[in-house]
Write a protein that binds this ligand. Structure first.
Ligand SMILES: Cc1ncc(COP(=O)(O)O)c(C=O)c1O
Length: 377
């Protein structure tokens, strides 16, 4: 069997056409027309706020924190179970990350534990919608309002998720997105921020361009800033991809249903949580293997790869990594337990039914074998 990748890109006619247009016109930098076009279409999709492209999802977070004035002496609350970009962004602006455990029922930050972690220094809650799960957003919004904290949502994995039957994008002060190739849509490298308030958007636009204001004197900087601009070439790819997002979401939803059909009945797995009134973004088909240890999960990954199926373990809890040791002062039982038994399966748009069936059967076969403690050669 040919290897089945965790994810395959879908680059079509328009992506190539628009990129060629950039190359022919000579407009390669962020001044080209596709940057504005992409921002404007993204804004329409989210249906709220002001959109600003960035060089990637991590600079989107850094720019957001800087725009909101988060800096030395401030604390930002985040979940222990997430890709490391949010914690890295918090550290990069000089603030202190305050790490909170997750809830078993949502795999996202535990709302009750947020309250216990708020101090006089807390400036913001950075909520990650891990694996496209929209969890407890009303409650978190209430907490941030009551305690006068900024609410930043990291939607890198949740583009396309729904809340109360509508596409979900922005509840707090700003939401950030990533367009890395494995995301719902890609620009190669790239990111986006949606700001609720225009003054935040305008400040971020200046920060993004080395602290310069458009139409100002050339090389005249009004504040220290970043170069976090997206190129016209990346935006051209994103603009073409965005036109296909509705199609993508339909295909992804079908793929998730197919996996559910083959895997749910086996009772070996716990499916991804779907909180009330929400629909997942169908980013990566991810499940938890019941009563599994980390070493069994890691053996399972090797066994599936030997059979030609690429899978992914979960994110390591931040608290497990030496890099963040100085911010860890307690145990994070739930994120450790969830992270060690999670597996993501191939979720390419071109994955055919027979392949989904094959992957599912292999997963069931190897999980059963490992459960029985059968020795592999
Ligand atoms: C939750 C989350 N935030 C941020 C990022 C960072 O995005 P980028 O790789 O575009 O910097 C990612 C990327 O995978 C992510 O999963």
């Amino acid at each position: 069997m040919n290897r089945i990748n965790i994810f395959n890109l879908d680059i079509g006619y328009n992506e190539k056409k628009y990129v060629n247009e950039c190359l022919k016109s000579g407009w390669l930098s962020f001044e080209g027309k596709y940057v504005k076009k992409f921002e404007s279409e993204f804004e329409k999709l989210i249906g709220d706020g002001f959109a600003l492209t960035t060089s990637n999802g991590t600079t989107a977070l850094e720019l957001t924190l800087s725009t909101l004035g988060v800096t030395y002496g401030d604390e930002v609350i985040i979940s222990d179970f997430s890709f490391a970009a949010p914690i890295n962004a918090i550290i990069s602006v000089g603030a202190k990350p305050v790490i909170v455990d997750i809830s078993k029922s949502s795999w996202c930050i535990d709302t009750n534990k947020i309250l216990k972690s708020i101090t006089k220094k807390t400036k913001a809650i950075l909520m990650v919608h891990t694996y496209g799960i929209i969890a407890n957003i009303e409650e978190i919004k209430k907490i941030s309002k009551k305690k006068k904290l900024f609410l930043i949502e990291d939607c890198a994995e949740s583009l396309g998720a729904k809340y109360k039957s509508k596409l979900y994008g922005l509840s707090g002060d700003c939401s950030t997105y990533s367009f890395f190739p494995n995301k719902t849509i890609t620009t190669g490298e790239g990111g986006m921020i949606i700001f609720k308030r225009k003054n935040h958007f305008e400040k971020a636009r200046i920060l993004r361009n080395q602290g310069r204001k458009k139409n100002n004197k050339n090389f005249f900087h009004i504040m220290p800033g970043y170069n976090a601009r997206m190129s016209n070439i990346n935006a051209a790819i994103g603009y073409a991809q965005l036109k296909k997002i509705k199609q993508y979401l339909i295909k992804r939803k079908k793929l998730f249903s197919l996996y559910d059909f083959y895997l749910k009945k086996s009772e070996l797995f716990e499916m991804i949580p779907v909180p009330k009134n929400t629909e997942n973004s169908y980013w990566l088909y991810t499940l938890k293997i019941k009563n599994f240890t980390k070493s069994k999960r890691d053996k399972l990954i090797v066994k599936l790869l030997q059979d030609g199926v690429e899978t992914r373990p979960a994110f390591y809890p931040l608290s497990e990594m030496k890099a963040y040791k100085k911010y860890i002062h307690k145990k994070y039982y739930i994120s450790n337990q969830i992270s060690s038994s999670i597996l993501s399966l191939p979720t390419s748009l071109d994955l055919k039914k027979n392949k989904v069936k094959k992957i599912s059967n292999l997963l069931i076969k190897h999980t059963k074998k490992l459960n029985k403690g059968l020795k592999y050669k």
